[in-house]
Write a protein that binds this ligand. Structure first.
Ligand code: NDP
Length: 252
């Protein structure tokens, strides 16, 4: 897809690691100017240096997307530094693996998953959407998960947050009809080599029969014991962004 997204401005949250890092690189390789967002400033600065060394264009914005003032600040900074946003990719996500009875009663840590996985992408979309509607074009993508449609004991905060954000993207489609703005939840299967599993409450939670059943399901549905890599969802999102047929899905 080299050069296919030249002139486009893309925002990728959660770009210091895993799928987000691969996504920032993939969009830059397709010619886009990319704003990479995460809390670990040194890591996103390194990514920007790598993109620039390959001839691409990127900026880094250090932010915790779950802070209430972050989404507006991120959108304003990107528009000031790079111009109007064409593609907004909310990828930042955290997991929580453990039985519900072991969660603290106030559930604050459980809700944190919702703040990062649901409120942050909705708030980013809320901040970016008026400009996109005014310009008559834009793509909104959030990296959800295949678990959005699964029954998943011991990952209840994570699975239900992904179901919520996937349903959100589906639900805004009719609202966006005719505006030129497209909405997609991207639902990868299991991706190895990322840091997401560190959300386990303890190792026992990973050994829980329901967690093992989930992992076995993933492995068997992949046809063998391998899992996807961060490049797969990244490449998929670039393909979605460059494919003119995507627009037909939304009646535009
Ligand atoms: P990683 O844990 O490797 O990366 C998560 C990224 O999100 C990091 O860059 C992290 O950066 C960022 N992040 C987390 N919290 C915040 C925050 N509050 N503010 C800003 N950035 C934040 O995870 P993956 O690459 O595996 O996951 C990326 C997305 O893909 C997630 O939404 C995940 O749910 C989804 N997914 C993952 C799958 C998998 O099997 N790995 C499968 C399906 C979906 P930093 O710590 O620097 O802030």
């Amino acid at each position: 897809f080299a050069g296919k997204l030249k002139g486009k401005v893309v925002v990728v949250t959660g770009a210091s690691a895993g799928i987000g890092r691969a996504t920032g690189k993939a969009f830059a390789a397709a010619g886009a100017s990319v704003a990479v967002i995460a809390r670990r400033e040194a890591d996103i600065n390194t990514l920007v240096s790598e993109i620039k060394a390959s001839g691409g264009h990127a900026i880094a914005i250090a932010a915790d997307v779950s802070q209430k003032d972050s989404p507006k600040r991120i959108i304003e900074t990107v528009e000031k530094e790079l111009g109007p946003i064409d593609i907004l990719i909310s990828n930042a996500g955290i997991s929580r693996i453990g039985p519900l009875v072991e969660e603290p009663e106030d559930l604050d840590v459980w809700w944190k998953v919702y703040e990062v996985n649901v409120r942050a992408p909705v708030a980013l979309i809320r901040a970016a959407l008026p400009g996109m509607v005014k310009r008559g074009s834009g793509i909104l993508m959030t990296v959800s998960s295949e678990v959005a449609s699964m029954q998943l004991p011991v990952m209840t905060a994570y699975a239900s947050s992904k179901a919520a954000i996937s349903k959100f993207h589906e639900s805004i489609v009719p609202e966006l009809a005719g505006t030129g703005v497209l909405s997609f939840a991207v639902n990868p299967g299991m991706v190895g080599g990322t840091e997401l599993g560190k959300g386990a409450i303890n190792q026992d939670a990973m050994e829980h029969p329901a967690q093992q059943a989930f992992l076995n399901h993933i492995k068997s549905s992949a046809g063998n014991n391998t899992v996807g890599t961060s490049d797969l969802p990244a490449d998929f999102m670039v393909a979605l962004a460059v494919d003119e047929r995507s627009k037909k899905l939304h009646g535009k």
